[in-house]
Design a protein around this ligand. Structure first.
Ligand code: ADP
Ligand code: MG
Length: 187
């Protein structure tokens, strides 16, 4: 494959930009396409109650016009704005929800935003949506918890070269075992 498009997606705080920057440092023949940056540049985001809303339909149309080539496409919106045929691999970074909460606290997210994003991580929403958009064969989860960025990068290269080597992630079981579902979800 000479023109690989690689997606790095996952919830906020899992390490997408850290890993993307490291990837480019090792292989500058790729160009980063940062979906969030594009959203801001093109003014596709709208301020609504409690956050930002993106018109993903409009965003998808604009991204389709770009003809991305040998790109490292970064963003949690990737599964909603790209098609299976646009990409070769989708890496979904996962992180233990308890560690993720600490990242969110440092970022000074509101409690509601912390719950929403850590809840999404527990349920694996982006991982499931990646599989729906890109297919099982192209979607690979990596558990980034307690791994250095270098180790994660090595795992990504291994996946690209061998079309295998993803992780199985099940935070729901972890949270259930601790009997802490109500810490993340309102009934
Ligand atoms: P994202 O782009 O997915 O929101 P970031 O790359 O901004 O995530 O990383 C979120 C935070 O976690 C940052 O403070 C970053 O320094 C830290 N971080 C990222 N990857 C790792 C890692 N593998 N190990 C430890 N800390 C990490
Ligand atoms: Mg980021």
């Amino acid at each position: 494959m000479n023109c690989v498009n690689l997606v790095i997606t996952g919830n906020p705080g899992v390490g997408k930009h850290t890993i993307a920057d490291l990837f480019i440092k090792h292989d500058s023949s790729y160009q980063i396409f940062d979906i969030n940056k594009f959203v801001i540049e093109k003014e596709f985001a709208e301020q609504v109650d409690g956050g930002i809303e993106v018109d993903t339909g409009k965003l998808k149309d604009e991204i389709q016009k770009l003809n991305l080539n040998k790109s490292l496409i970064v963003g949690h919106l990737a599964p909603y704005v790209l098609d299976q045929s646009d990409i070769n691999f989708a890496i979904i970074l996962r992180k233990n929800p308890y560690d993720l909460i600490e990242v969110y606290k440092k970022r000074k997210y509101k409690n509601s935003k912390i719950k929403e994003n850590s809840g999404s991580e527990i349920l694996g929403v982006i991982a499931n949506d990646s599989i729906t958009s890109f297919g099982k064969e192209k979607s690979f989860e990596i558990d980034a918890t307690n791994k250095t960025p270098e180790i994660i990068l090595e795992q990504i290269h291994n996946i690209i070269n061998n079309q295998k080597g993803g992780d199985m992630v099940d935070w729901l079981r972890l949270v259930e075992e601790k009997n802490e579902i109500n810490k993340f979800f309102d009934y």
